[in-house]
Design a protein around this ligand. Sequence first.
Ligand code: SAH
Length: 293
Amino acid sequence: MKYNKSKIEPNKRFGQNFLIDKSVISKIILAMPKDILIVEIGPGLGDLTKELLDNAPRVIAYEVDERLCKYLNREFKESLDSNSLELRCGDVLEYWKDNGSLADEPYYLVANLPYYIATNIILKALEDSNCKGVLTMVQKEVALKFASQSQQREFCALSVIASSCGSANLLFDIAPEAFNPPPKVVSSILEIKKSSNFIRDGFDEFLRVAFSQPRKKLIKNLSKKFTKESLERVFNKLSIDTNLRPHQVVTRIYHLIYKELKEDIDGEKERDNQTGDFRKSRATSKKEAPKSI
Ligand code: SAH
């Protein structure tokens, strides 16, 4: 087994759980698109990378662990020399920050993600206009958040974001024993096929407020940031039941509510500017919502 051959011990700090079950790799390969550049985040010991190279025109892999980079440089010398594989050593989040995109051309992200930053990576990939979709291994809990539909208990801000970009599906679960070392949680393969390049802008913050207390009424959550008059006007105009909880509202309606409320805030700011009143608008001066999505 490669794990023994490399003599590299998994490092918890980098979320290293190496996939050792070959049947899971085969399932991922079956599900991936074959005609587009593949970006892999965290190739680890390269077991998935090897199969990706056999099934994709080209692969770019990002790896933060220097020990693994050295090992991969030796193991994949041929593919690196022929340019079918490009290995970029360093923190993928830093690369995104500095370059805006993980590739200069359209790509699909296929990876067994480091779980400690999996949500963050998927959110970044959804924002990256060159990324056409993600097929990634993540904690089941995270997969459910992205792939849930309205009315389901797990439907949350991440579900709204994913369905605003395309369609998200949990393809299958993977037991902890498929990894070395086994993680404490069940994993899933999550696929998000992007159909639009949705710019989130202030929408994330709006969703954070909307879902700040998931079991409370949506209008109650939104009242932390928006005025009663605005909310009454918008819910009335869109004929939305004021008793609905955040998970009972569909993505399309979230977009309509956001558009209306944003117009209220923008209009108010404009009026304040015209009258020389530079105080924060009433709607935005209310208590801030918690930061995490
Ligand atoms: N794909 C391999 C390894 C998955 S473990 C397999 O399936 O066996 C997660 C991998 O992500 C590790 O190789 C880890 O070093 C890498 N990683 C962790 N944080 C990273 C970061 N910020 N940027 C790039 N790679 C990272």
